[in-house]
Design a protein around this ligand. Structure first.
Ligand SMILES: [Zn+2]
Length: 463
């Protein structure tokens, strides 16, 4: 359930701005942009196309390689990491050949140096496809979605034993492939990278290479998501849950500068880093499109002392989150496949729930399809009104002709998620009479005629 309410055209703020006579103008504007909370037929169509049977088939195929350990054999056509990556590459090529597909497959191949979990230099290959953006003014901006296709057994250096890795992380890999398939014909404003990354279990090696490579190529990643462990609906805690998924995000950027820290301390922005805004966005949009789905915005960068590929992007300054199931079963993670005293261990296909994975994939897809199509965000949001009973917000609207309005997000400073959402015609300032800025938090997004919203921008300066 979302705790946010939307107050579109009929809200006091909207009336305040528009009632002064121009009723015709008001009507035109009301029709010109979709109010927050509405859904678009395009995104409805995309989410409906996610196919649980395809997710199951992909997970089953990956499990059938026996092990996908990074150090496993590469020559066999039927077993090991080499066979798995050749199959993934052929699947990505097939997606690019679908009628009308705009996907551009790539491989990001490199030799990783010896390290704590790599006894010798080893070739790793990230496999992906890019859906190119169509806005020339934003040619270097992108969204990134990853899952890792390598797997492991109980001993992280054991490259020979079976390591089916159905949920960790064939499930995420299947979702990445399915989202690429469903979005293949889309023409988003900015590019989208769908990537099956290598070497996660050996120390996030593949995603680290990808994050640094994109940065070196000048690609500005607006939001990154790692899907890792998403398909098990019977937790070790005894809870059966096919409704909930967790979004982990850092509140404060890992690469925050001194001046950013001083500003954050001045305004209390530790719960409003860009990664946290992306997590909230996924919750807001995903739950709007998918019935009976509950995204938890957890105020942590990951589970206790554990990580995933989003951390490779966080350390490069990218807003990055991890999407994972709500109730993990630890007997099925990083365990040799075996039965001990009647208790079964191992990450097998039988415990992957494709309907649950499809539901969560639809939620994430809705958020990615909206953000990739959204106009550029507002810049230089300045917060004013300190030591006064009113709030003033001023900002620079992007020179993006698709902007049909701005959306103001607001919550009281004791709340975790946004509580009030109001729509406004294109403007570069908003004034809220009787809203004390000391007790509230604000952010502003842009929106287009279809209702695609940018990530909400958080203040960067005080008036
Ligand atoms: Zn994993």
């Amino acid at each position: 359930m979302s705790f946010e309410s939307s107050h579109p055209v009929g809200s006091p703020l909207f009336r305040q701005r528009l009632l002064p006579v121009r009723i015709l103008a008001c009507l035109v504007l009301a029709l010109a942009f979709a109010p927050p909370g509405s859904t678009s037929p395009r995104v409805e169509r995309l989410t409906a196309a996610v196919d649980p049977a395809r997710l199951h088939a992909t997970v089953a195929r990956l499990v059938a390689f026996g092990t996908r350990h990074t150090l496993s054999e590469t020559a066999s056509e039927t077993r090991g990491i080499g066979a798995a990556r050749r199959w993934l590459a052929s699947e990505l090529d097939a997606l690019a050949r679908l009628p009308g597909s705009r996907l551009k497959p790539f491989d990001d191949r490199f030799t990783a140096e010896r390290g704590p979990r790599l006894p010798k230099p080893t070739e790793l290959v990230n496999l992906g496809a890019t859906l190119p953006g169509t806005d020339p003014a934003r040619a270097r901006e992108a969204l990134v979605l990853t899952a890792h296709y390598d797997s492991r057994a109980s001993d992280v250096m054991d490259a020979a034993s079976d390591a089916p890795g159905a949920v960790d992380d064939a499930s995420g890999t299947a979702m990445v492939m399915e989202l690429a398939r469903v979005m293949a014909r889309e023409r988003p404003a900015i590019s989208v990278y769908f990537v099956a990354v290598a070497g996660e279990e050996q120390g996030l090696i593949g995603s680290d290479h990808l994050a640094r490579r994109l940065k070196a190529e000048g690609i500005r990643v607006l939001a990154m998501t790692s899907i890792d462990i998403l398909g098990n609906t019977e937790g070790q805690d005894g809870v059966k849950d096919d409704v909930t998924a967790r979004l982990f995000s850092e509140g404060v950027s890992a690469v925050e500068t001194d001046s950013e820290r001083r500003f954050r301390e001045a305004v209390g922005g530790e719960n409003d880093g860009a990664a946290r805004e992306w997590a909230r966005y996924v919750k807001r949009v995903g739950e709007r499109y998918v019935e009976n789905l509950d995204f938890l915005v957890l105020l942590r960068r990951d589970r206790l002392a554990r990580g995933s590929d989003h951390l490779s992007f966080s350390k490069e300054g990218v807003p990055a989150i991890r999407l994972t199931e709500a109730h993990e079963h630890y007997d099925r993670q990083h365990q040799d496949v075996r039965v001990e005293q009647g208790r079964s261990y191992g990450d097998d296909l039988a415990h992957f729930d494709p309907r649950y994975a499809a539901k969560v994939a639809r939620g994430l897809l809705a958020a990615m399809a909206q953000l990739a199509a959204a106009p550029a965000p507002v810049r230089e949001l300045i917060l004013g009104g300190a030591v006064s009973p009113d709030t003033r917000l001023s900002f620079t609207l992007p020179a993006d002709p698709r902007v049909t309005g701005v959306v103001l997000y607001r919550r009281r400073a004791d709340a975790v998620t946004w509580q009030r959402v109001t729509s406004h015609p294109p403007t570069s300032q908003l004034e809220l009479k009787g809203v004390v800025p000391d007790s509230h938090v604000f952010a502003v997004a842009t929106v287009d005629a279809e209702g695609n919203e940018s990530l909400p921008a958080y203040p960067v300066k005080l008036e």
